[in-house]
Design a protein around this ligand. Sequence first.
Ligand code: KG4
Ligand code: ZN
Length: 339
Amino acid sequence: MIVLGIESSCDETAAAVVDSDRRIRANLVLSQLDEHRPFGGVVPEVAARSHLDHLDKLIEAAMREAGIGFDALDGVVATGGPGLIGGVIVGAMTAKAIAAVHRKPFIAVNHLEGHALTARLTDNVAFPYLLLLVSGGHCQLLVVEGVGRYRRLGATIDDAVGEAFDKAAKLLGLGYPGGPAVERAAKAATAPVLDLPRPMKGRADCNFSFSGLKTALRQRVDALRAAGQFDANAQANLAAGFQLAAIDSLADRTRQAVRMARETTPDLTALVVAGGVAANAALRQRLSEIAAAADLALLAPPGKLCTDNAAMIAWAGLERLRLGDSSPLDFAPRPRWPL
Ligand code: KG4
Ligand code: ZN
């Protein structure tokens, strides 16, 4: 089987072709970063128009790279939500049109399911596994029991961790997007700030919180600025301190989730991390220690399959198609769509 996948739920326009032998035949991502940078964040209207301007040519290029025509496809997959609704509509309508013209099944997939199943594309991991899903819009721990079978153990009660990285970068004057900028700045730290809070650490549930950490960081930055001491050195030390606190909190919550998941699911096959923040090398390192201590493999897809892409959407659609699942052509894109 071979499918075309389309992703357009945020600020990446993406098209990919993936087959059931887990081969990525094309994986093109066009970032809109430069269009949103002047605004310091993603502007939904700008995003939707940009998806519309670029998606058809990107699909053409992906099909050319894969060396196939639309008639060879077994299905056309698009992100059906959650996300910025203008962009989701552009991607879903495009997929429906291709599917209708070429009489192929259309599959609308949940963007989070794309992230959740990526490790099956890259590492062929078997169900059930524990998933830490960490992106700009989401922060959750789930037991992935099967395609469409996700048991949530915990989630953030305020900001997603990627959002926290983005806000921290803004506070520190590190620019946008924040995650990679914080990680880069942290590498130059000479004395990381160690006394920022570790939200939720030690709690019996598996929830997350990042707003307190963000506030603590803001107070430190404000105080240093007022004292005229906010220089490049302070910036790096605070970036490292913030990253360390965020990772400590993620690590503690994940350790708790391993314990909780094993009570009901003793046969966990792996600890999987997915979503944009999974591109963070320090986080991967920490998670590999947690996995080793729990006698689990850590599976972390390569960075460019962690941040938003269409290969993960194509793959999730393929998994559904293999189970006989498809979506009606009157599927309505969903701005909110819990997993
Ligand atoms: O999955 P993704 O590409 O889009 C969403 O679905 O949200 O995740 C984007 C998020 C952003 O908040 C970005 O700052 C964060 O992932 N991110 C990182 C890193 N690379 C991307 N956070 C920390 N360290 C990184 N290296
Ligand atoms: Zn995402």
